[in-house]
Design a protein around this ligand. Sequence first.
Ligand SMILES: Cc1cc2nc3c(=O)[nH]c(=O)nc-3n(C[C@H](O)[C@H](O)[C@H](O)COP(=O)(O)OP(=O)(O)OC[C@H]3O[C@@H](n4cnc5c(N)ncnc54)[C@H](O)[C@@H]3O)c2cc1C
Length: 348
Amino acid sequence: MRVNENILISSLTTMRLGGPARYVLEVETPAEVADAYGFAAQFGLPTFVLGYGANTLGHDDGYNGVIIINRMKGITELDEITFKVMGGEYWDNVVEYAVNRNLTGIEALSKIPGLASAAPVQNIGAYGQQISDVLTEIDVYDSYTGTYKTLSHDDLQFAYRHSLLNTTEKGRYFVISITIKLQEGQMQRPLYNSIERYIDEHDLADLSPKGIRNIVSIIRANKLPDPMDKASSGSFFHNIYLTDAEAEIAEGKNYPFHRSAEGNKLSSAWLIEQCGFKGKLLHGIRVSDKAPLVLINESAKSFDDLARARDEIISAVYDRFGYWLKQEPVEIINPPVKPGMFAGGATQ
Ligand SMILES: Cc1cc2nc3c(=O)[nH]c(=O)nc-3n(C[C@H](O)[C@H](O)[C@H](O)COP(=O)(O)OP(=O)(O)OC[C@H]3O[C@@H](n4cnc5c(N)ncnc54)[C@H](O)[C@@H]3O)c2cc1C
């Protein structure tokens, strides 16, 4: 286990904000996960599990606790279509590995920044696929009981950008590895709107996993900032899912929403654009002119700058449309310290 002290959270997260974390532990074997929690307990410090930091924000006061990062690597073929992926693998390498075997199931999830261990946490999804469609189980360390367990697909209670791991049992499990079951074949038309449009405009015929990966990579490169190049957490707000009754009202007002098996999705990007934020710079935070759901840290000095930009957008959308936008990235927050209480104990 690698033990690092006083590491800036801004250097560990793609939005590049956040003060120092007291300890950052990088674990390279399942046994080291228990050691890492033991280390935190020994000092009475809280823990936060971090991956690549593409969906996590740091606060200016840093974190008086222990950040634990999964550095376990390797992909094991369980059979021709089923793979156990160690959580420290970079997610896009997993997609590349799958498409090189001509397997379908995750090709539309190409280029999503992050580690494999974080993929089930918010049930990553894009262009008509989501990890919950292919994930069969995950191996975890249960920090509450100090035991190693396997959680099945059903245990994880997947929904849109949600799972057990970021809702009812948030902060409890450390994901060690994920198991995915893919398929031979290819995605079937009709595909996600923007992919269909791209195929038509470019007269393409290759819908193989490699072909879709190429298309998705191009669409994403044209629209989304590369976190290596521009500081961002990707989509900053969730899209809004309307009940059937709410959807009827929205339809009456000509709000563009999309009915699918997932539900009635109202585009938060559209709401933000309608409020005039597209391309605007707010407190050093740029609302992307290509994808207004994406906030880019151009020159923000602190988390407070980001929070002010975020709150202005949320208020404007609420005042005009009556919908509350919900933030997608999670925040690393110091637990409150009561007078006389030792700074520790609380976990995530
Ligand atoms: C430019 C850009 C584009 C993006 N596009 C998409 C997209 O198309 N679709 C999409 O769904 N997301 C997208 N995202 C969000 C992000 O890429 C995903 O949420 C990704 O899964 C985050 O992985 P990470 O390793 O960076 O997780 P982190 O940000 O490090 O962590 C995210 C959450 O997972 C938890 N976590 C991390 N590792 C573990 C572990 N080992 N065990 C338990 N919990 C853990 C953390 O505590 C935190 O709650 C995008 C982000 C960016 C910057």
